[in-house]
Structures are given as C-alpha cells and as structure tokens.
Design a protein around this ligand. Sequence first.
Ligand SMILES: Nc1ncnc2c1ncn2[C@@H]1O[C@H](COP(=O)(O)OP(=O)(O)O)[C@@H](O)[C@H]1O
Ligand SMILES: [Mg+2]
Length: 403
Amino acid sequence: MPTKTVAVLFGGRSVEHEVSVISGHQVMDALDAAGFGVLPVYITKQGDWYAGEGLHNLELYREQTFHAAGLKNVYRVSLSPDRSVRQLVVHPGVGGGLLSKSPKLWADVWFPVIHGTHGEDGSMQGLFELVDVPYVGSGVLGSAIGMDKAMQKRVLQQAGIPTLDCLVVSRAEWDADADGFVKRVESKVGYPAIVKPVCLGSSVGVSRCADATELREAIDLALELDGRALVEEALTDFIEINCSVMGPPERASACEQPMGYEAVLSFDDKYKHGGKKLGSGASGGAAPSGGAAQSAGMAGQRRQVPAPIRDELTARVQGLAIDAFRAIGAGGVVRVDFLYQERKKRLLLNEINTTPGSMSYYLWEEAGVRFDQLVAALVRIALDRHEVKRATAYSFAANLLTR
Ligand SMILES: Nc1ncnc2c1ncn2[C@@H]1O[C@H](COP(=O)(O)OP(=O)(O)O)[C@@H](O)[C@H]1O
Ligand SMILES: [Mg+2]
C-alpha cells in the first residue's frame, strides 16, 4: 500500500485551542513515527485555515496571535463542502486569481485533533461527511452527543449507565425566571451543587456552589460561556477514574486516576480570591507536557496510571466505558471519565470526551499499544468506516420528476 498522507487539524475556534495545538503536534509526531505522510492544518482562534509542512513546529504558536506572513510552505486554505473538490483549495495571493488545488496539500485521511467547539462537536465531522473523505474519530451524532453533557446523560441513562441527574437552564429561561430555577435546584439538587456550561471542556466555567448567591453567580458565568448551563449534585469524598476506549471493534485501555491538585473551586475561590486550591479532583486528559495556558487544571495535571484501584473496579469501569462508547455511537478513540465514591461503592459516569487530550495515548501505552500503533489503528478504522459508507446508496430512482 503506498504511503497515505494524513491531514492533522489542530487549533480551532475553541477555549481549548492551546491544548489542541499540543495534542495535534503529538499526533503528528506519532504519525511520522508510524510512517505516514503528515499534512499539518492549523485553524486559528478566528477560524482561518492554514496548511503546509511548515506548520509542524510548536514555536509558531507561542505568541497570542498567529503570524502566517513569511512562513515557508504555509498556505491559506479552505475545505469546500463540494464533493467534487475533495482536497484543500489554496486562496489566491495578493493580486487576485482563483482558488486552486495543490498536490503539495493532498491528504488521504483527515484527523481532527480539535478539542471542544467547532471540532469535537460534530460540526467538522459534518463537513467531512459532505466532502466524503475518510476521517478519524466519532461521526456527527457521536461527536454531538459527546459534546452536549445534558443530552449525553439522557442517552447514557437510557442505556442503563449510571450518571448524576441534572437540571438545565437556557439563557432565555434564566433571564425570564432566575428565582424559579434557583427554587427548582434547591428542591431537586440541593447544596453543594456543581454548575457547568453544557458544551464546554477543560473545566472552563465549572464551579462548585455552597449557597444561592454562589449558585446565581456560577450560572451567570456559565451562561456567558455557553447558551445553556446544567446543575447537578456536587459529590464529596470521591475519586476520579478515566478509561479510554478504541474501536470498532471496541476495546478498553488501562485506567488512570487524575491526581490534579486543582480542584473545581467554589465560585468565590476561583473568581474572587485568585484561585485558592482545594479538595481533590481535576479535569482529566491534559497533554502530559503540560503547557495548556488557558487552564490551570490542565497544566497542573498529574495522574496515576494504572489507577490504584481493585481489579474488580477496573473491570467495571472498562465495561461501562465500552457500553458508553456504543450508546453514544462513538468511533475512533474516546476517554470516558468516572466519579467513584468508595464509601457508597457508587460509580458514576461523569462525561465522555470524543477527542481526548493527547488522544489518551498514555493509557494505551500502559495497555501495550504504542502511540504510533494507536494512530495507525485510528487511520485504519477511519478507512474501514469510509469503505462501509461507500456501499450505501444515496440516490433512488423515484421518477417523481421525469416526464
Ligand atoms: N458532580 C460533581 N461533583 C464533584 N465534582 C465534579 C462533579 N462533576 C465534575 N466535577 C469535577 O469537575 C471537573 C470538570 O467537570 P467535567 O464534567 O469533567 O467538565 P469538563 O468537560 O470541563 O472537563 C471534573 O473533572 C471533576 O473534578
Ligand atoms: Mg472533564
């Protein structure tokens, strides 16, 4: 088989932009090691696309703004939804001209390594579906459910997978009747409560609240960052356990216990006293090299792999992680995060990440799969899925319009 070239997309219009730049570079290095051709595609914070060899260089992303001018072998590009185009088109330079394709920028497989909005949420996957190219990871539906914490809980509960119930409020509902919503929280959830934006990640906008004043402030903040916020019981006395799943065919990795010192802080601690650190727990899945500027939780990530838990609990986590992967219709590699209360022997699925930080490679290494083997497997899964789709007919002679 001739060498396949994999376009790796990183950056993106997301609060997790920086983490994605790191994960993207890790994936490009792994694809290099696996013998693939690599086409770096960087998407700026504003959503502009650039492609070219010269972008595989972490140094370019250290400044707040990205400067393409003067970079060798870097082009401003677009991916057209038109199925006959199929490759990136290069924007005309100064002085006009036409959009054109360039053989230097051809890719056989597309590998989005974008965390969060406009990358992990089904939108980019939708573009790949229209273009009709093989792409790594979950499809439109799996990505969308993986991104929406409230919808995810409904799907998981339907599949018999334990998660915490939550209440959801939209910006319009909050503006119309904040008092009514606070009352509902107080009767159904109580304090302490956790507030989260429904569709964000990396603990951005997640706060713990001890009373109504903190609850209101936390919801105001979450609704600045997202159109909907959810509120659920805040657990105390728990550990976090994460496990990755790859497929199809589905298999589970080793488990990790994130040991971050950066807890989800109360609203007061986080926003008024400059980030005092408390308690246990942290967001999972940072790049092991740290450096995620936007999130202390990510940058401060420490973990124990394998998680120091009983074999029986490891097996339960792995089994539920595979069930969840299937329930949301995921593909490629995901990380499934759990909360566990030892005293009550209560295991709850917290969330699924369909584009996990560093693609969870460190969990697969522990399971005997090297990073280069992991990315090669992901490319194979993408090609197989595309092949299966090809067998689907998209036209049907209905004769409705023939004379
Ligand atoms: N119900 C909860 N009770 C206590 N801590 C929680 C709860 N839900 C989340 N957390 C903590 O907040 C962190 C971030 O929440 P999470 O749901 O994972 O959002 P994100 O998508 O931002 O990572 C978790 O890793 C965990 O430490
Ligand atoms: Mg998380």
